[in-house]
Design a binder for this molecule. Structure first.
Ligand SMILES: Cc1ncc(COP(=O)(O)O)c(C=O)c1O
Length: 456
C-alpha cells in the first residue's frame, strides 16, 4: 500500500533501488562504452556535469514560449538557464541571435525551412549518398517532399563540386542553399557557397552539426561571416547533450531584419511545444565547457588524432575517400575488396569492441543500406584522453581486421543478403584476428576509464 512514508522513500530512491531491469540495462551500456572504442564520428562522451544537468529537476517543467514571455508560471529558473545558454552560445559563436530550443538537429533544420521558405520553393543541399544529411533535401525526407530539392554532389575526388553548385544555383534560383554534411571529410567551402547564395539571392544556411566543436575550438574556420543562418546539433564535437541550436548571423539580419523573429516563431509555436529545460540546462553546461581554453586543445587534438588515424590506415594499405581528412572523421573506401563490404567490416569491428558505421562513399557501386564504405572518427576517443600513440595502435588494428574480413565475404546479389549476413556473423565474431584485436582494445580501454564513478 502506498502511504506517505513509502511515497517519500520511492521519490528519494535511485533507479538502482526502484527498477533493477532498467538499472541493469544502463549498467550494461556503461560497460559497453567503457570497454570499447566509440568511433562513430557523430558521437561523443559528455562530462559528468553535462549528465548531472541533463538528469536535473528541469525535466519536470513546462516553459512554452521564450525567457520572460512564457505561457506557464514558475519559470524564473527556466528563464535563467535558457538565457544563460543563449548568452554563452552568442559569445562562443559570435552571433547576435540564438535559439536553443530545437529538440534535435532535424527539427532545427525543419525550422530553418519553415522560417524562410514556402512549400514548393526550391532548395539545394549536398546529395545524401555524397555525404549530405537527410534534411538537406533527400527524397524520402520532408525537405524533398515539401520543397523542390535540387541536390548538388561531390566530384570523383570526393570534394564538393563548386562548379556544379554554381551552375545549378543559376539555373534553379533556389530560395535556400545548405552547406553541411554527415559524411564529408574536408573543411567546408563556406565562403564560396556563401558567394554563390548571394549571387542568386538565396538564404545560405550552414549546418555545422558535425564540426561545431572544431569551429569553436579554432580548428576550423567559422561560417558566421558567410551564412545567414547557422544550425548545429549540440551532441557531436560540441560534446553536449542531444539537442540543437539555430543561430542568426549579422549577415542574416542585414538580409532580413525579421529573420531572428521568423526563426523563433518557426520553432515555437510553429513546430514545437514546450522546450526541454533539462536539455537546455545541459546545453548551458556544455557551452560553458566549450568556452574554456582547454576546449581549444581538445578540438585540435581531435583533428590531430584523426590525421594520425588516416595516415596509419593508408600506411597499412587502406583506401580513404580524398586520401585523408581535415576534420574529425575518415571515410574508408572498401571497393578494392568488392562492393557492399561495409556491413561485414562494421560487424567485425563491433565484435572487436570498435564501434563504427557502414556508410556510402562517393559513386558507391552498392546501395545506402549495403554501402561500400566505413565512416569513423575521433571525437569520443579524444574525449577519453587518447592521443596519437593510442590512435596509431587503433589504426593498425582496424586495418588488420579490414584486410582479414573484407576479402572473405561477398554480399549475395539476390534477396538473401540479410540471411547471409546473419549466417556469417558467428564466424566473424570468432575470427582469430577479431578476437585478438578485441583483447587489445579492452586492455587499451582499461587505461582510459570512463564514468567509473557512476553508480546505477
Ligand atoms: C549535418 C547534420 N545535420 C543534422 C543532423 C540531425 O541531427 P539529429 O539526429 O539530432 O536530428 C545530423 C545528424 O547526424 C547531421 O549530421
Amino acid at each position: 500500500m502506498v502511504n506517505e512514508t513509502n511515497l517519500t522513500k520511492f521519490f528519494n530512491a535511485s533507479v538502482k533501488e526502484t527498477d533493477p531491469e532498467v538499472s541493469s540495462i544502463i549498467k550494461s551500456e556503461i560497460k559497453r562504452m567503457a570497454e570499447g572504442l566509440e568511433m562513430i564520428p557523430s558521437e561523443n562522451v559528455v562530462s559528468l556535469s553535462v549528465l548531472n544537468a541533463l538528469g536535473s529537476v528541469f525535466t519536470n517543467k513546462y516553459s512554452e514560449g521564450y525567457p520572460h514571455k512564457r505561457y506557464y508560471g514558475g519559470n524564473e529558473n527556466a528563464d535563467s538557464v535558457e538565457s544563460l545558454a543563449i548568452e554563452r552560445a552568442k559569445k562562443l559563436f559570435g552571433v547576435p541571435h540564438v535559439n536553443v530550443q530545437p529538440y534535435s538537429g532535424s527539427p532545427a533544420n525543419l525550422a530553418a525551412y519553415f522560417a524562410v521558405c514556402e512549400p514548393g520553393d526550391t532548395v539545394m543541399g549536398l546529395n545524401l549518398p555524397d555525404g549530405g544529411h537527410l534534411t538537406h533535401g533527400w527524397k524520402v525526407n520532408f525537405s524533398a517532399k515539401y520543397y523542390k530539392s535540387v541536390p548538388y554532389h561531390v566530384k570523383p575526388d570526393g570534394y564538393i563540386d563548386l562548379d556544379e553548385v554554381k551552375k545549378l544555383a543559376l539555373e534553379n534560383k533556389p530560395k535556400l542553399i545548405w552547406c553541411g554534411a554527415t559524411a564529408y571529410v574536408r573543411e567546408f567551402p563556406f565562403e564560396e557557397l556563401g558567394q554563390i547564395a548571394d549571387e542568386v539571392g538565396a538564404y545560405f544556411a550552414a549546418d555545422i552539426a558535425h564540426v561545431a566543436g572544431l569551429i569553436v575550438g579554432g580548428a576550423h574556420k567559422s561560417p558566421v561571416s558567410h551564412a545567414h543562418i547557422v544550425t548545429t546539433t549540440t551532441h557531436k564535437t560540441l560534446r553536449g547533450p542531444r539537442g540543437a541550436m539555430i543561430m542568426v548571423t549579422q549577415k542574416g539580419l542585414d538580409k532580413d531584419a525579421e529573420l531572428a523573429q521568423k526563426i523563433d516563431k518557426a520553432i515555437f509555436p510553429g513546430l514545437q511545444g514546450g522546450p526541454h529545460d533539462h536539455q537546455t540546462a545541459a546545453i548551458a553546461v556544455a557551452l560553458g565547457e566549450a568556452l574554456k581554453p582547454e576546449f581549444a586543445d581538445y578540438a585540435k587534438q581531435i583533428v590531430k588524432n584523426n590525421i594520425t588515424l588516416g595516415k596509419t590506415l593508408m600506411d597499412n594499405g587502406i583506401k580513404l575517400v580524398t586520401n585523408g581528412s581535415d576534420n574529425h572523421m575518415q571515410l574508408i573506401d572498401l571497393t578494392q575488396y568488392g562492393k557492399g563490404k561495409g556491413v561485414f567490416v562494421q560487424n567485425a569491428l563491433d565484435a572487436a569492441h570498435i564501434t563504427v558505421n557502414k556508410n556510402t562513399i562517393p559513386s558507391d557501386p552498392s546501395t545506402p543500406f549495403y554501402p561500400s564504405g566505413i565512416r569513423l572518427g575521433t571525437p569520443a576517443i579524444t574525449s577519453r584522453g587518447m592521443k596519437e600513440m593510442e590512435v596509431t595502435l587503433i589504426g593498425k588494428w582496424i586495418a588488420e581486421i579490414i584486410k582479414e574480413i573484407a576479402p572473405a565475404y561477398d554480399l549475395p546479389e539476390d534477396k538473401t543478403k540479410a540471411q547471409y549476413i546473419e549466417s556469417v556473423n558467428p564466424e566473424i565474431k570468432q575470427n582469430a584476428v577479431v578476437q585478438r584485436v578485441k583483447q587489445n582494445v579492452m586492455q587499451l580501454c582499461s587505461k582510459f576509464p570512463l564514468y567509473a564513478t557512476l553508480d546505477y
